[in-house]
Write a protein that binds this ligand. Structure first.
Ligand code: MLT
Length: 254
């Protein structure tokens, strides 16, 4: 880690891994110390508990920062990665120098949503993650991306179907048990940015507007023609927004 530039932790969503962030890693390696962890149970197969609460992933991020000697970082979490970033912000607010929440929400699931998580977990274990990937894909990418960019569609599908079933199931159950963290947003004392895609149906715009309104001085950027994965669908625009944010925040403590 270099003490003269920010540490940027990019936290992937469900059911993804660090390769979600390839375009951002390339864009920001020159200006920040970029960490792109695989959340426990994603990427390489490992043993995981039956349920992985968001707090456990957040604790893994804390361990990662400690291992790198980083006292502060900008956390950027997408969707489930946002749930993890908010859990981190609640537990270790003094370690945050900035927060970017992409295509996520601070509220809990409905009962119906929780039941859906249980079903997804069971389906991952019984039928494998390719089934989950195929079911999710139409909701992740905009109609335009799906119609015109088969390379992007294939890349996202391959990434998701390659995730270990036990990790996917544990994450799904962990998301179902997460608490409301809107109060964490209300208490934010560092620069915070919400990003979403104009075509995101999983996290509709009012969800992002509510998070922006909860955060003192919160900002929202809506990326046109992108859905749930704007960093992949519109990487240049996404990177410009995140780059501006990084430049706008003060230098973190070493
Ligand atoms: C994700 O992209 O991480 C998921 O859509 C999050 C969720 O299912 O709530």
């Amino acid at each position: 880690m270099r003490s003269d530039r920010p540490v940027l932790v990019l936290i992937h969503g469900f059911p993804q891994d660090h390769t979600l962030w390839t375009a951002q890693t390339h864009a920001f390696t020159g200006v920040a110390d970029v960490l792109t962890p695989d959340l426990r149970g994603f990427g390489m197969p490992v043993e995981v508990p039956t349920i992985m609460p968001m707090e456990a992933y957040a604790s893994d991020i804390k361990d990662l920062l400690d291992a790198h000697g980083a006292k502060q970082a900008v956390l950027c979490g997408l969707s489930m990665g946002g749930y993890v970033a908010m859990a981190f912000a609640e537990a270790w607010p003094e370690m945050l120098s900035g927060l970017i929440l992409c295509n996520t929400r601070s509220t809990t699931d409905t009962d119906e949503g929780k039941a859906g998580r249980q079903a997804t977990a069971q389906r991952a274990l019984d039928q494998g993650t390719a089934v989950i990937a195929r079911a999710m894909l139409p909701n992740l990418l905009s109609a335009r991306t799906r119609a015109t960019r088969p390379d992007v569609v294939n890349r996202v599908e391959r990434m998701m179907e390659g995730q270990p079933a036990n990790g996917v199931a544990a994450a799904s159950l962990g998301m179902a048990s997460r608490p409301d963290r809107t109060h964490v947003l209300r208490g934010m004392r560092v620069p915070s940015l919400i990003i979403t895609g104009s075509a995101d149906t999983l996290m509709p715009l009012p969800t992002s507007e509510a998070m922006r309104d909860a955060i003192p001085g919160g900002r929202l950027v809506v990326i046109p023609d992108a859905a749930h994965l704007p960093n992949i669908e519109a990487p240049e625009r996404f990177n410009a927004v995140v780059g501006d944010f990084l430049r706008s925040i003060s230098r973190p403590h070493a």
